[in-house]
Design a protein around this ligand. Structure first.
Ligand code: SF4
Ligand code: SF4
Length: 231
């Protein structure tokens, strides 16, 4: 019986504790903000990671951001400029641009907001913005195309580069051949004179050596033989 009443007392104590917390929250100043209104009350942290933005005027197409991305959601394509083309300089450090950036896509559906692409950028042109509401009904709408160049211009720059490269290759081979010829010429000029060898013997045509004739055996001298016998 005693245990029965003690259980009731413990239950009432627990209920009163819960009620005390609820009543305390009812009279305390509210800290929860309603979403999505009012928006002006939202103050984002200084280093909040939200939607990315790329200022293409300053992008030099170095590909560092794409290489740093752990999920490969940045795709960059560039075309080399040919000598004589002026692409301008970057705002931050007046770095001369030498690549046409024909494609710069970021798939924000894959992005994990790690911000690793932001830090290595030499011109600080890829940044995290304060935009955090950019949901889309279709995933493909989350692929952002930052390149400002249209397809026709991109093709033109590609053709220009191919043409210039082909001409440069021909010129290089011609110069290499000329260099090789010059070196060969110098080696020939500085080589020691070669030994003068006598012309090989050649028998005059029509002159044959006389035929070999064997001499007859000589007869012994009889007188001298007789003298030798007498002695
Ligand atoms: S924030 Fe991270 S995941 Fe997103 S694009 Fe940059 S490097 Fe890639
Ligand atoms: S690191 Fe910066 S400059 Fe290099 S490609 Fe990326 S955005 Fe452009």
């Amino acid at each position: 019986m005693g245990r029965y009443f003690s259980n009731i007392a413990r239950g009432l104590g627990t209920a009163l504790t819960g009620l005390r917390i609820v009543i305390a929250h009812l009279i305390r100043r509210k800290v929860t903000r309603q979403y999505p209104e009012p928006k002006d009350e939202y103050i984002l942290p200084e280093r909040a990671r939200n939607r990315l933005y790329v200022n293409m005027d300053d992008c030099i197409g170095c590909d560092k951001c794409a290489r740093a991305c752990p999920v490969d959601c940045i795709e960059i394509e560039t075309v080399k400029s040919v000598p004589g083309e002026d692409l301008g300089v970057t705002t931050r450090n007046a770095k001369k641009k030498s690549l046409w950036v024909t494609k710069f896509d970021i798939d924000m559906a894959k992005c994990c907001y790690c911000s690793l692409c932001v830090w290595p950028c030499p011109t600080e042109c890829i940044v995290m913005t304060e935009v955090f509401e950019f949901s889309e009904p279709k995933r493909e709408n989350l692929i952002y195309h930052f390149a400002t160049m249209d397809a026709a211009d991109a093709e033109l720059h590609k053709e220009n580069w191919k043409k210039w490269e082909a001409e440069a290759t021909v010129l290089r081979s011609k110069q290499a051949a000329e260099r090789a010829a010059r070196v060969a010429e110098q080696q020939t000029a500085s080589a020691p004179p070669s030994e003068v060898k006598p012309p090989p013997f050649a028998a005059k045509p029509g002159i044959k050596p006389p035929p070999f004739v064997a001499k007859p055996p000589q007869q012994p001298d009889n007188e001298s033989d007789n003298n030798k016998t007498t002695e």
